[in-house]
Design a protein around this ligand. Structure first.
Ligand SMILES: C[S@@+](CC[C@H](N)C(=O)[O-])C[C@H]1O[C@@H](n2cnc3c(N)ncnc32)[C@H](O)[C@@H]1O
Length: 261
């Protein structure tokens, strides 16, 4: 049963582009939408998956997934898309209790996935040089219930870092090659380094820097592609959508090794 403090994604599905809102339920709370008000008391006592009928509109009450939270983020920077975030976490073998670092924080999209994977006992150390971006990411992440396992640091990732014994480090900014030697002491031996860059010149420089470094072993470099489909069985339509995101960027994976003695 839904109760005060539960987080609900309220979806209005009748529209061509389903519209949704994420709220934390509070007694006597209300959500104002362009379709009218939804009173939290109408949701409390129902279950996830229930349909709420209001006049001619039907709202579905859902438990938000990590991707749903991301869809509701306020974006102030380019972000890492959900598919790239998921694969990045998988490359590093993230699990609950791990300690990971990232730069930059940006809008907190990757931070969300990292925290989702390492909570409740792990920790994410998220670095950025822009205080406004950190503040916005903190706001974005506040409703997810994951804030306790994230430490934000206003710091250039190329400056000496205090954090140690990390299981993985994720670099998503324009010049990851400038930070590779700097983050090496923060990573455990056999820890993972994942870099994301959109431009191929950055890929070349980053891989060159990794291969030069005595602290890293370059595993692979690849792109994730996704093709969305329009499916309408009633009209026998099934085809790739006409307009789609065709490119996001390149992932580079390396592993921290001990230099030859
Ligand atoms: C593309 S955005 C990161 C997006 C983020 N991964 C997300 O998914 O929302 C790049 C971020 O790196 C930050 N940045 C740039 N240079 C940096 C540096 N030297 N140290 C730390 N952060 C840096 C920028 O301020 C910006 O917020």
């Amino acid at each position: 049963m839904l109760k005060e403090g539960d987080i609900v994604r309220i979806v209005e599905v009748a529209q061509r582009q389903p519209k949704s809102w994420i709220v934390t339920l509070v007694r006597d709370g209300e959500l104002s939408t362009h379709l009218g008000k939804i009173f939290h008391n109408e949701c409390i006592g129902r279950r996830y998956g229930d349909q709420l009928k209001k006049e001619k509109k039907v709202f579905i009450l859902l438990k938000p997934s990590v991707r749903d939270f991301l869809r509701h983020f306020r974006l102030k920077t380019q972000i890492l898309y959900a598919d790239d975030c998921a694969i990045a976490c998988n490359l590093a073998g993230l699990s609950s209790g791990m300690r990971v670092g990232e730069a930059g924080t940006g809008s907190g999209a990757l931070t969300l996935f990292l925290a989702h994977n390492v909570h409740p006992t792990g920790q994410v150390f998220s670095f950025d040089i822009n205080a406004d971006y950190i503040a916005n990411a903190q706001k974005n992440l506040a409703i997810t219930g994951l804030s306790d396992c994230i430490t934000f640091k206003l710091q250039d990732i190329r400056a000496p870092l205090e954090v140690r014994e990390l299981d993985a480090f994720f670099l998503d900014f324009s010049s990851p090659y400038e930070a590779i030697d700097n983050i090496a002491p923060s990573l455990k031996s056999s820890g993972h380094l994942i870099c994301f860059v959109p431009n191929w010149g950055q890929v070349e420089e980053t891989v060159a820097q990794i291969r030069k470094s005595p602290y890293f072993f370059h595993v692979d470099t690849f792109e994730i592609t996704r093709r969305n489909f329009t499916v309408n069985p009633e009209r026998h339509i099934m085809r790739p959508v006409f307009r789609d995101l065709v490119y996001s960027g390149i992932l580079i994976h390396a592993i921290r090794i001990n230099p030859n003695q």
